[in-house]
Design a protein around this ligand. Sequence first.
Ligand code: SAH
Ligand code: DHB
Ligand code: MG
Length: 223
Amino acid sequence: MDQQQRWTAVDEYLNDALVGEDAVLRAAHEASAAAGLPEIAVAPNQGKLLHLIALTMGARRILEVGTLGGYSAIWLGRALPEDGRLISLELDPAHAAVARANLHEAGLEKVAEVRTGRAADSLAELIDDAEKPFDLIFIDADKAGYPEYFTLALELTRPGSVIIADNVVRRGRVVDADDTDPNVVGVRRMHELIAAEPRVTATAVQTVGVKGHDGFTLIRVLG
Ligand code: SAH
Ligand code: DHB
Ligand code: MG
């Protein structure tokens, strides 16, 4: 058994032992794959982590940047109270259509909304509209955009809000300051912005699992 096979086997064990991915989530995954969407949604145990963080915070308003087929959105939306709100931003109208159908199947159509367009534009619109602050923001769209998404997302928070950014390790490539891949450059630049930003405190954790070696950054808005 090589390393990746072992990581996958452990994720399967953990998901079976603890996570309880149900038929609705499995169907959302299958519908996304059937529609030809890339298989890059969060793993079940990562989705459950987002769900538990949102529940633990008592989040009532959640913003997601990068919807894909709505898999992580279902985990997040299920943490909301009946009068909660999830807004998820997606560039690709085909992805958004799959996500809306999956969120409907999950019974979340009343709390969850998918907005299409470039995330930077949608975030700027939310700021212009003086949208109420979000308790939790999950950044998971194109990694090149992360510096901009972090900067704009911060304007949509309040003291105590949490921002989580996915895929910040990229099989370890994040350590290479000379890597010119825009994804790597984007993540490193976001970390510089976070470090220089007096309004937040943050950490990052590397992970292994079915999605390989990666990690996430967790940012708390001070106050
Ligand atoms: N959060 C999802 C996975 C998101 S994958 C989950 O875990 O289930 C990343 C998504 O970001 C893709 O659907 C991609 O189309 C979208 N995306 C890429 N560039 C974008 C942009 N500039 N604005 C908004 N969404 C973008
Ligand atoms: C990619 C994007 C993701 O959000 C992810 O979790 C894994 C991979 C990608 O673009 O390759
Ligand atoms: Mg991701």
